[in-house]
Design a protein around this ligand. Structure first.
Ligand code: SAH
Ligand code: SF4
Length: 343
């Protein structure tokens, strides 16, 4: 397999040109072709000399790989499944909402974090996606021209693949790349503290933290990462930064039936989040195979929202879109792996 141009920064593209004895300015031309224009073939880069295109083709390919499957839901949500060179499956979800078009991207094939409720976690870890493979998910989206929001909430833990994730953000936000505002990008984490701190300093993107339970003992049972990085420490770290400006931090909270939605949970959440300008997003659980966990009913979720609001917390209930096409994290690729294993 040849090295891909997709996923390279402008500086790297310029370096590649110099290595191949091509003019440095060809690097910017290549960036325009792959990011702005989205060409899939080096031969289409018509402002490069024939010699440059040939030399480049001998060593590189663009690396655009279209989805192998798409599923469209009645509510407008679409789910795309990709198969990469080593036969791994990766998914994205496109969620339209009035003038907002959001894409949920994956960062790993599988995940090491092993959360009890998560289909990706149950797959175990296969490998990291590189920046080019992450950017491919964005650039090949049929709705690319309308895209104005990206959330890193698909398969995998972004901060367990920090370098490639931050590089993909550089490509999304640079003038020579997609020139997106970092305020249009949200990265969700289960709470890996060292990389979370780096992320706060090195990017301007929004941050979402998967809490799901405020109590150390209880959170450990569903999220093994709690043993190493307790949610209390995560919140203490978040409190050290200023979130009053345009940059946001939010907390994700799946409401499980009979597990994490009592008055005491609400009270403890408000204690953990004291002094942090934030909001809590309550999420309906998409049930996954092989777990005893169940989602709470809509009434229970609403009651819990009122409880949290009683403690002064801004709380939203995330509209559950795309349930009929298995929109939750890792469900579609899990189904695909199971199908292929049966064949
Ligand atoms: N690894 C990161 C980002 C990917 S998961 C993280 O955990 O934050 C994105 C969000 O989907 C997380 O809040 C995660 O807890 C949630 N999630 C995972 N499985 C889910 C399911 N079956 N139903 C609803 N939300 C789920
Ligand atoms: Fe990994 Fe996030 Fe799933 Fe946990 S919820 S297993 S961290 S993808």
């Amino acid at each position: 397999m040849k090295n891909t141009l997709l996923g390279k920064t402008l500086e790297e593209l310029q370096g590649i040109c110099l290595d191949l004895k091509l003019p440095k300015f060809a690097g910017k031309q290549i960036a325009d072709w792959i990011y702005l224009k989205g060409v899939s073939d080096i031969n289409s880069m018509t402002n490069l000399s024939l010699n440059a295109r040939q030399t480049l083709s001998e060593n590189f390919e663009v690396g655009l790989i279209p989805p192998v499957e798409e599923h469209h839901s009645d509510d407008g949500t679409s789910k795309y499944l990709y198969k990469y060179h080593d036969n791994v499956f990766v998914e994205t979800v496109m969620i339209p909402d009035k003038s907002r078009v959001t894409l949920c991207v994956s960062t790993q094939v599988g995940c090491k974090m092993g959360c009890e409720f998560c289909a990706t976690g149950k797959q175990g870890f296969n490998r990291n996606l590189n920046a080019g493979e992450i950017i491919n998910l964005v650039r090949t989206l049929p709705e690319f021209e309308d895209l104005n929001n990206i959330v890193y909430m698909g398969m995998g833990e972004p901060f367990d693949n920090y370098k490639e994730v931050v590089k993909s953000i550089e490509i999304l936000t640079s003038d020579w790349g997609f020139a997106m505002s970092p305020r249009r990008i949200t990265v969700s984490t289960s709470g890996i503290i060292p990389q979370m701190i780096d992320f706060i300093y090195e990017t301007q993107c929004h941050l979402a933290i998967s809490m799901h339970n405020p109590f150390h003992k209880e959170r450990q049972e569903i999220m093994p990462i709690e043993k190493k990085y307790p949610i209390e420490d995560v919140c203490d770290e978040i409190r050290k930064h200023n979130w009053y400006g345009q940059r946001r931090v939010s907390f994700e909270y799946i409401v499980f039936k009979g597990k994490n939605n009592t008055y005491d949970h609400a009270k403890e959440i408000s204690y953990l989040l004291r002094g942090i300008e934030t909001r809590v997003n309550l999420i309906r659980y998409h049930s996954t195979p092989d777990t005893a966990l169940e989602g709470a009913s809509d009434e229970e979720i609403q009651r819990f929202q009122e409880e949290l609001e009683g403690f002064g917390l801004i709380t939203t209930i995330r509209a559950s879109k795309g349930e009929d096409i298995l929109a939750a994290c890792g469900l579609l690729s899990t189904k695909k792996i199971m199908e292929e294993n049966r064949e």
